[in-house]
Design a protein around this ligand. Sequence first.
Ligand SMILES: [Zn+2]
Ligand SMILES: [Zn+2]
Length: 107
Amino acid sequence: MTRCGLCSTEISQSVCPLCLTDKFEAWIEKKKLSLVKPFREEVRTMLDKTRYGKISCKICRSEHEKAICMNCYAGKIHSFLAKKDEKLAAQFLQDFAPKSERSELYA
Ligand SMILES: [Zn+2]
Ligand SMILES: [Zn+2]
């Protein structure tokens, strides 16, 4: 069973942090290119705080030693965006709102 290395919640959608990063980075790149670099730094900091575990990613089909659930990941990125650009943070919530989390972001 895969658990989030930050909040210990069971992860139902096995997607590794790298693939999550790709997805969010693509979104940020489209919205505001200048935030891509600080975004990457934010992700690195987040991964540093994540406990070791194991996740088999269903997208890239490889195993990773750190797993982060969508709630933690999106939450962190949202607070990062809120510090940088409030409008963008609001858009982020619209696009990745928790209520749509169950609707298979990666379907
Ligand atoms: Zn979590
Ligand atoms: Zn992956």
